[in-house]
Ligand binder design. Structure first.
Ligand SMILES: [Zn+2]
Ligand SMILES: [Zn+2]
Length: 429
């Protein structure tokens, strides 16, 4: 291997210079973690990347000098992310959460009970907006019941439990809520059909937000991943006199323009999922912010087009500084949907979903993103990592559990293991 501390150390020893002491650092692993987009991590590739010229390539002394310069650049790069100590670097290299003492806010950090991911640019917390039960067959498309039922046990009506777990993102400047659950406008019959449990003040969404110290008037931006009733229903509220208006009075509502147009098509295949009361009152109130493309909604929070479930479905990528969180929404609704072909029957373009999953999960695994699950009854998020043997897709590590659906049975045996999302061989084929 041409690019290693030992090589530099040996050069220094031969030059009769100071012998470096201390723990060793694998520069290849370092480069892989720091520069996941780089195809090669050898000296040539890295010197090109960092624009470090080598006086005489393959002359040991010159190669060593270039190597040391590159290492300094790499250490400077992680230093800018707040990694200043050896143990922090080790944690970061191993994909563990990094304790950044020097960057901790004056309050001493987050003390709430809900799971929390905190970085130098903000924090992310899940918000319980209630639950619903949907047909298990529809939730897993072409996957046969004997397979999906092990990972997601159904009730006597063949339904499986699903959370409506929204995401609260707080930066220094802005409070952002991604998706809003189902709202309070549907009939008792509707709620019974879908097994909806979301009672609160007026719904569970507001009650959960209040527990996190956030009132509706505090939310600056609502992002809708798409306009299906279980994702956008809580954006509007029916008041005591029956009128319907924005549930977050001072927020702007960011919706993809194509999704808004698609929701208004009113064709027979998609009609059941879109209710005009979930978005038209926002348009009338003038708070709908229709956007085109993968815009950065506020600094650090970017939309990611992940089509398939609907043609304009989007996920949301949050850059916390030290950590990237991807809110998947209905691209991968639960951890059981991580295997690439496990795609919902609800999706209007399943082959497009497949491609979106390949693209997004592959990148997430390569870069170690945290994946947040909206519908998983037990799991809030977990870290994406590449499956054994470098297969496409991803599996999870560092899973953070958050059980939200009362009455949901945990899968028995080894079928559903939220800790990995790793399908057994037969499931994967
Ligand atoms: Zn949906
Ligand atoms: Zn959904």
């Amino acid at each position: 291997m041409a690019f290693d501390w030992r090589f530099v150390a040996e050069e220094l020893r031969m030059a009769d210079s100071v012998m470096p002491e201390g723990p060793r650092l694998c520069t290849v692993k370092f480069a892989r973690r720091l520069l996941p987009g780089l195809r090669r991590r050898g000296l040539d590739a890295l010197s090109r990347y960092y624009d470090v010229s080598i006086a005489n390539r393959h002359r040991a002394g010159d190669d060593a000098r270039a190597t040391a310069t590159i290492l300094i650049r790499m250490l400077e790069a992680v230093d800018r992310q707040g990694i200043q100590y050896w143990d922090q670097l080790e944690d970061w290299l191993a994909g563990r959460p990094v304790a950044l003492e020097s960057r901790a806010p004056a309050t001493g950090g987050c003390v709430c009970e809900a799971p929390c991911l905190e970085g130098s640019r903000g924090r992310v917390r899940p918000v319980d907006a209630g639950s619903l039960w949907l047909d298990g067959g529809a939730m897993f498309g072409v996957v046969p019941k004997p397979l999906w039922n092990r990972r997601a046990p159904s009730d006597e009506r063949n339904r499986i439990p699903l959370a409506m777990r929204c995401l609260l993102v707080e930066t220094e400047e802005t409070t952002v809520l991604i998706d809003t659950g189902l709202g309070n406008k549907e009939s008792d019959k509707f709620k019974s059909v879908y097994g909806v449990a979301n009672l609160g003040d007026p719904t569970k969404l507001e009650t959960s937000l209040s527990k996190l110290g956030v009132e509706p008037g505090d939310v600056d931006v609502i992002i809708a991943t798409h306009l299906h009733f279980d994702h956008a229903g809580g954006g509007t509220v029916r008041g005591v006199t029956g009128e319907i208006g924005p549930a977050f009075p001072t927020a702007r509502y960011v919706v993809r323009k194509g999704e808004y147009e698609f929701a208004r098509l009113d064709n027979e295949r998609i009609r059941a999922s879109y209710m005009a009361d979930n978005f038209e009152p926002l348009a009338r109130a003038g708070c709908l912010d229709l956007v085109d493309g993968d815009v950065e909604v506020v600094p650090g929070i970017q939309l990611v087009h992940t089509p398939g479930h609907t043609p304009h479905h989007q996920s949301v990528r949050i850059d916390l500084g030290e950590e990237i969180v991807l809110f998947l929404a209905d691209l991968v609704p639960t951890t059981a949907h991580l295997p690439l072909p496990w795609i919902m029957g609800y999706d209007v373009e399943p082959l497009v979903t497949l491609q979106s999953k390949k693209d997004v999960l592959g990148r997430a695994a390569a870069e170690g993103w945290m994946l947040a699950f909206e519908h998983d009854p037990f799991v809030a998020w977990g870290r994406a990592t590449t499956p054994d043997g470098g297969k496409p897709g991803c599996v999870l590590e560092e899973v953070v559990e958050q059980a939200l659906v009362s009455g949901a049975n945990r899968p028995d045996g080894q079928g559903h293991t939220p800790a990995s999302g790793r399908p057994t061989l037969e499931e994967a084929e």
